[in-house]
Write a protein that binds this ligand. Structure first.
Ligand SMILES: [Zn+2]
Length: 422
């Protein structure tokens, strides 16, 4: 048996491998565990790390020296003493590197610069037709990335990585391929290669609804929840399903396409080609077509219908326009049917709504709760777990950036993460 096999047979005994064999793999595991412990706690003493990890004092001393040298950990103040000399507190340095989160939606690009604590220091957001203009979009992203780095006085070396999301299910999160059914212009576009040519750092790729679920779980309303569903109400209606703390992707990566579940057997035509999909009632196209129809004779609106967007419909409802209120309430009622299906199937602890339509608040939530109650089985019926997300319009970009954190501190990436940036 090799040294490594001997050690891996101990994995189940303790999450922290003992120093029976000082192979690179064991060291990577211990470095990653120790760094994640310091990051989770924010600050901690060496003695506490020894107590939690059960590793020896010399091993922890050596691991901590590497972490301090990398800049990710620094010695801070003096901790409480349990007798004797007061210990030095180790702190995680949340600003040692920054992360770029790129949210490429159907009609916008939002890019943020974030530190390792989820704090956004720069933001760029631009409305454009993303679906049909891949070259222009990538040019726009390139310019914005350069601009953001320049304004922050950073170079690529200061970045831990880039998180990048697309408004479609992924085919392969390593190669950046995604399903281009609704955006055929992107069929042969190599997104990750294009981003890598702009900036040579690790790039992580995800679908927008999954990234939103991650963002709310890490920094928003889903802290402490391991089973949740994030429903993104945008051009399409998608969801990010988190089960036991992990995004559930399904066999082909297309899990969560809640927008194309049927809620009316002979209902409206959907852009997917089927009839009666949830998206055809509560997606942007459905809402706007209802609103344009309802407002076509309204003297305040009839000349502005071409420019109408969901934000406009929500605003009009808030200002008391009864047609718009009714449209949102009907959408809420259909949404509740979709949510009831999710609840009966997945039993999530939290259902989070995001996207422009979610800004309608109670006008959307109340009818959704009503139809949800009607359609869930008694033991599953709860409405206190249906909430509007807390992260606002940066949610997808923050989720994209958070992917970098999730991946960088795993043991498989720990050496490249800790590399001296010079
Ligand atoms: Zn559909």
């Amino acid at each position: 048996m090799t040294e490594l096999n001997l050690v891996s047979s101990n994995i189940n005994l303790s999450p922290y491998k003992t120093e029976m064999a000082s192979t690179q793999a064991v060291r990577a595991h211990n470095l990653s565990s120790t760094l994640n412990l310091i990051r989770d706690r924010g600050s901690i003493t060496r003695a506490e790390i020894i107590q939690i990890t059960k590793l020896s004092a010399p091993t922890i001393s050596s691991l901590v020296n590497i972490l301090i040298e990398s800049g990710f950990v620094r010695e801070g103040g003096i901790g409480l003493s349990s007798g004797g000399r007061k210990p030095v507190v180790l702190e995680f340095n949340y600003d040692v590197r920054k992360i770029l989160g790129i949210d490429m939606g159907s009609t916008h690009i939002t890019i943020i610069l974030m530190n390792l604590k989820g704090e956004v220091s720069q933001r760029f957001s631009y409305h454009m037709d993303v679906l049909t203009r891949p070259e222009d979009v990538l040019k726009e992203i390139n310019t914005a990335v350069k601009d953001i780095l320049q304004k922050a006085g950073l170079t690529g070396r200061d970045l831990l990585g880039v998180g990048y999301t697309v408004p479609a299910p992924l085919i392969n999160d390593k190669t950046g391929e995604f399903i281009t059914y609704y955006m055929p212009a992107w069929k042969d576009v190599h997104c990750i290669t294009a981003i890598q040519e702009m900036i040579d750092v690790p790039i992580y790729f995800e679908n927008d609804a999954n990234a939103s679920a991650i963002a709310e779980k890490w920094w928003g309303c889903a802290l402490g929840y391991d089973n949740l569903v994030y429903i993104k109400l945008g051009t399409g209606v998608g969801s990010g399903i988190m089960i036991n703390g992990e995004i559930y992707k399904g066999f082909d990566g297309t899990a969560g396409e809640i927008g194309h579940t049927t809620i009316e057997a002979d209902g409206r035509k959907c852009r997917c080609g089927n009839h009666g999909c949830l998206e055809s009632y509560i997606g942007i196209q459905g809402i706007l077509s209802d609103a344009r129809h309802a407002l076509k004779d309204d003297p305040n609106w009839k000349d502005h219908l071409a420019d109408l967007d969901v934000k406009g419909v929500v605003r009009a409802a808030r200002e008391g326009n009864q047609d718009c209120e009714k449209i949102i309430a009907t959408a809420g009622w259909y949404l509740g049917i979709g949510l009831a299906n999710i609840i009966n199937l997945v039993n999530p602890g939290l259902l989070i709504l995001g996207g422009d339509l979610a800004d309608a608040g109670l006008t959307l939530l109340e009818p959704a709760r009503k139809s949800l109650v009607e359609r869930t089985v008694g033991f599953n019926t709860r409405t206190d777990n249906l909430v509007i997300g807390e992260m606002g319009s940066n949610v997808v970009a923050i989720g994209a950036a958070t992917l970098v954190i999730l991946n960088s501190f795993q043991e498989s990436n720990i050496y490249s993460t800790l590399r001296n940036k010079e």
